[in-house]
Design a protein around this ligand. Structure first.
Ligand code: SAM
Ligand code: SF4
Length: 362
């Protein structure tokens, strides 16, 4: 078997004294003490979801935030404007929970699309209802879309998502393509003994439809805290699952901080024909923290500098108390200044964050 290796992870060391908050406040960017500048903003629109994926949410007993606690459309657009104008944010991705469950998502996207300079606007969604909404989202200014789909088998879908909605998701994906959203990327998490053996089938299905598949290593962000490093499906496992049927050739294009390692795909039966691409996001086994350019806002307007943060800085309360853009920007910069070097999953004292993925915004 031909071996393909991913680059080794790099951890940065501080380039400035972390106690020197003066440096942070004099910066026009979300700088941290490791020299990284965050320009890629992830905004969670809600913690509510109409699925219950096992790796993300508990089966029952979820308490969702109240409507008042969540940022309004105007507040979201104002945070986006501060990010764009003060920190040079050039990419904004809406996520959740399920962002399509917000009725005002089109208003939010068109508000962000009107910012100067206009950031690139992306959405991560489970695609339920997307068939009806995709044309309006595109018209409002949506540039890119990622849809989560872990399997094309209805029974497996129900086992993972705990809801029998595979067909609605497939209709949503078709609707996105019909609306001209291009590319449509698919995100898949593989779970041992559940859908891992279906990886080649899912890739084949995506290639046949011109969809760009990304496998994401499962991270310890499940509500049940049952994730185990020893039993998760790793990037190396994913290669081993795909290689009997496909030839994967590393894409030579620069990665530019993107989390996915990309490969061009050909079938072993026709090695000279490139069918499309596949990506592997090895967040656990090959972390890319050293190149992280992300800043995250939870649906209730708190900054998280990392998915795995144990602290958040509340910007929404400041905004609602009348803070001006400058004061909000300073709070935001202060949070980033303290961003840790990495998620620390491989350290002995690693602790999973209290919030599950759905409440952070993936
Ligand atoms: N509901 C939308 C969706 O599913 O696309 C957006 C929110 S969801 C939290 C965003 C992404 O996070 C999805 O692609 C999902 O597969 C991924 N995700 C959720 N929990 C995860 C986990 N524990 N490890 C890795 N990825 C996870
Ligand atoms: Fe909902 Fe997305 Fe989490 Fe699945 S991964 S439960 S669709 S928020």
């Amino acid at each position: 078997m031909r071996k393909i290796s991913l680059p080794m992870p790099v951890l940065r060391t501080p380039t400035v004294d972390p106690g020197d908050s003066f440096t942070a406040h004099n910066e026009d960017s979300l700088l941290d003490t490791f020299g990284r500048r965050a320009r890629d903003m992830r905004i969670s629109l809600t913690d509510f979801c109409n699925l219950r994926c096992t790796y993300c949410m508990p089966e029952e007993g979820v308490e969702f935030m109240s409507r008042d606690a969540a940022m309004s459309a105007a507040e979201i657009v104002r945070f986006a404007r501060i990010g764009v104008e003060k920190f040079g944010v050039d990419q904004i991705r809406f996520t959740g929970g399920e962002p399509l469950t917000r009725k005002d998502i089109t208003e939010i996207i068109s508000g962000v699309a009107a910012l100067e300079p206009r950031p690139n606007i992306a959405l991560t969604t489970n695609a339920i209802g997307l068939d009806k909404r995709a044309p309006k989202l595109r018209e409002a200014g949506l540039d890119r879309i990622n849809v989560s789909l872990d399997t094309v088998d209805a029974a497996t879908f129900e086992e993972i998502a705990r809801r029998p909605f595979l067909n609605r998701v497939l209709e949503g994906i078709q609707g996105a393509q019909d609306a001209g959203l291009d590319p449509v990327k698919i995100n898949a998490v593989l779970l041992p003994g559940i859908n891992d053996q279906q990886a080649p089938e899912l890739l084949r299905w995506c290639l046949e439809r011109g969809l760009s598949l990304r496998f994401i290593e499962q991270m310890p962000l499940d509500a049940g805290h049952s994730w185990q490093r020893s039993s998760m499906i790793t990037a190396a496992d994913i290669f081993a699952l795909l290689e009997p049927e496909f030839i994967l050739t590393p894409d030579s294009a620069p990665r530019n901080g993107a989390p996915a390692e990309k490969f061009r795909v050909a079938s072993r039966s026709a090695p000279d024909t490139i069918l499309g691409d596949v990506g592997i996001i090895a967040s656990v086994t090959r972390p890319f923290c050293a190149d992280c350019t992300r800043t995250r806002l939870t649906a209730e307007g708190r900054v998280r500098t990392c998915l795995f943060s144990h602290t958040e800085v509340d910007l929404l309360t400041a905004m609602r108390s009348g803070a001006d853009d400058e004061a909000i920007a300073n709070l935001w910069k202060g949070a980033h200044w303290k961003k840790l070097a990495g998620h620390g999953m491989d350290t002995a004292d690693f602790q999973q964050p209290q919030r599950p993925m759905s409440a952070i915004g993936g």
